[in-house]
Design a protein around this ligand. Sequence first.
Ligand code: CP3
Length: 348
Amino acid sequence: MTKPLLRALAGERLPVPPAWMMRQAGRYLPEYRATREQAGDFLSLCYNPDLATEVTLQPIRRYAFDAAILFADILLVPQALGADLWFVTGEGPRLSTITSADDLARLGGKDDIHDTLAPVYGTVSNLASALPENVALIGFAGAPWTVATYMIAGRGTPDQGPAHALKEEDRGTFEALIDLLTDATVEYLDRQVQAGAEVVKIFDSWAGSLTGDDFAHYAVAPARRITSELKTRHPGLPVIAFPRGAGEKYEGLHAEIGADCIALDDGVMAEWAAAHVQTGGCVQGNLASRHMVSGGPDMDAEIRRIRDAFSNGPHIFNLGHGITPDADPDNVARMLDVLREDATVGAG
Ligand code: CP3
């Protein structure tokens, strides 16, 4: 096992941390915008294996990243279960809503998703043969809670209010939806691994809005079940869990979820996370995305601070959330230079 990303996930401390970026294939790159134009719209791009492969590879050609992440979206699973899905330019996703047991009953089952998702598996297998040998291939899915927040509201929401309301008012339907998404996510990620994904990441973007016991029940438990079922089917498969906004609940999560790596958002200090989270295993993160827009000495200093804080254990360098469309592509190259040059100097 020589790929640096896989070595870090196996718990190895490397002199230079492997690096990649959430949303590294995205609108900040002119070549992405051109391919998306060619595809017509975002979903057509997701379901076109040739073009999805192309956009996944674009940041790999431009920068020396240690990983590529499959180009797709977490909302393809609800669509494969039968929800309507479309994207409104400048606003984000829209879905048909799930607010009752009747709505839920109209969805398909966990094994009905593969016809819709077959093109995604095609993208993964294209990538498995196209990537340079030192670059690891990451597959992903949304975590059940985060996906449910979009399905229940029919769109993104600032506080996940409709999902919290369904949880309080009709817990049976809410939990049945979480269970269905957990089961479907296992099948989806299993197929990605069969197609060639070497690592899987579970994105729980709205985990931070789960308080009290809800965090254990609806963020930790589904991630633990997905992780353990995948590891039963694929022994040794590395899993990255990203319960964004977990705050002090990041502590202990490696063991609670059974994940190899916990991804950190930029709401926690690297120095705190090194002492309280990295003790459990590999961590990923956590440069604030805004530095990719502003660059300059502040960015350089933050990269060094985060790298140094995590330098005593396994670490994968990344942002705390996705890179934004207004980021400067030159800052990405600079980020990798700062991360690597200084570490080499320091190690020498
Ligand atoms: O990281 C990657 O580059 C892999 C591909 C990827 C996308 N979305 C592509 C995308 C991944 C891993 C995601 C995850 C995703 N999708 C999440 C979880 C991570 C997060 O950001 O919190 C969520 C919540 C979604 C749902 C989603 N997709 C939203 C809310 C939006 C609209 C917001 C926006 O940025 O426009 C998307 C669209 C989307 N997904 C884009 C990309 C590149 C932009 C689409 C475009 O080209 O217009």
